[in-house]
Ligand binder design. Structure first.
Ligand code: SAM
Ligand code: SF4
Length: 327
């Protein structure tokens, strides 16, 4: 293997996937992700421009990165996001491009997103109960997200729903979420609540994937399809309902963490590269990005890859927010 074009980390991990936060801002304030007051908004000048992001991805692609996921904050809050995606597709057509969104602002962009033929659009949806939805997001409207999902489905079959399952909040809604996903023709993936911020994290809110699987309605009808080492979502485990044919994925980021096969790097909207979601800090890429200094950028990216922890528990500090790191 030609190591000039590969990013490696300890445990023989090859890093080929980057999640980039395009903004730290969000129109929601999900209780498990952000404090009620939001996070201090970053000065625009400290945020990567779209041109910075394209340059970063060109360099990362030279280093063997093949997949990019844009996230936030809420990516659609940032002005010009869809034209940027279109430009990105034109300039880096060999990269797989996916998005994570809360879905509330996507409806008008659905035809354009369909045309871009993206490799995946994950919409986060934690409840189908109107008031529970407004409660967990603190300010979101369920109907906007449902409209967004339906509009997207008219133009692409790459839509997935991601649900964080939280004990005492939505664990009794698994059946409703499964039915909705089946009706809309989208794959549901259930994610463990991650202990990123100790001020938001409560031990008794956590449900492990093993418990979630036990709670599947008509549990006897669901069979394990086999683990899928999806480069995009971490190793989700998929179950299939033998009666309806529906599939559901479970992502055990905490209980069966997949650090030893993790292929990801993350970049915050300020251009800080984090080798792990739980890393308290990272390499500041912004000066090298602004100078278009390819050699320095390669050096910093390799340095970050080399700092990738063997396990998230080695670095977790308990005061990170998913919204600022890019979930
Ligand atoms: N705003 C977009 C959204 O909500 O999809 C993208 C950013 S959000 C930070 C990305 C994902 O992180 C969402 O699916 C959200 O549910 C998830 N997330 C945020 N905080 C989390 C936590 N503490 N544990 C597990 N997932 C979390
Ligand atoms: Fe915003 Fe997404 Fe965090 Fe909710 S999970 S506050 S939508 S960034």
């Amino acid at each position: 293997m030609d190591h000039r074009h590969v990013l490696t980390a300890s445990l023989d991990r090859i890093l080929s996937y980057v999640r980039i936060s395009v903004t730290d801002r969000c129109n929601f304030r999900c209780k498990y992700c952000m404090p009620e007051s939001g996070v201090e908004p970053m000065d625009h000048r400290r945020i990567m421009t779209y041109e910075d992001i394209v340059f970063l991805c060109e360099v990362m692609s030279f280093l063997g990165v093949r997949r990019v996921r844009f996230t936030g904050g809420e990516p659609f809050v940032r002005k010009g996001f869809v034209p940027f995606l279109s430009d990105f597709r034109d300039r880096l057509p060999h990269l797989s491009v996916a998005l994570t969104t809360n879905g509330s602002l996507v409806e008008p962009f659905a035809p354009a997103l369909g045309e871009l033929n993206l490799d995946g659009i994950s919409v986060s949806l934690d409840s189908l109960d109107k008031s529970a939805f407004s409660d967990i997001t603190r300010c979101g409207r369920l109907s906007d997200v449902v409209k967004g999902i339906r509009a997207l489905r008219k133009h692409t079959d790459k839509v997935k729903i991601n649900t964080v399952l939280i004990k005492g909040f939505n664990d009794h809604q698994l059946g409703d979420l499964l039915k909705f996903s089946a009706d809309e023709g989208v794959l549901l993936r259930i994610i463990e609540f991650m202990p990123l911020d100790s001020s938001i994290w409560f031990d008794d809110s956590f449900i492990s994937v093993d418990d979630m699987i036990d709670r599947l309605p008509n549990r006897q009808d669901w069979i394990l399809e086999g683990p899928s080492l999806s480069p995009d979502s971490g190793p989700a485990v998929y179950y299939r309902n033998v009666v309806s044919g529906q599939r559901v994925g479970f992502i055990a980021a905490v209980s069966h963490h997949f650090c030893d096969s993790c292929n990801r790097l993350r970049v915050t909207s300020e251009g800080e590269m984090r080798p792990c979601l739980f890393s308290p800090e990272g390499e500041r890429l912004l000066p090298a990005l602004r100078d278009r200094d390819r050699d320095e950028l390669v050096r910093l990216i390799r340095l970050s890859a080399a700092k990738k922890p063997r396990c998230w528990m080695d670095v977790a500090s308990g005061d990170n927010h998913m919204s600022s790191i890019g979930g």
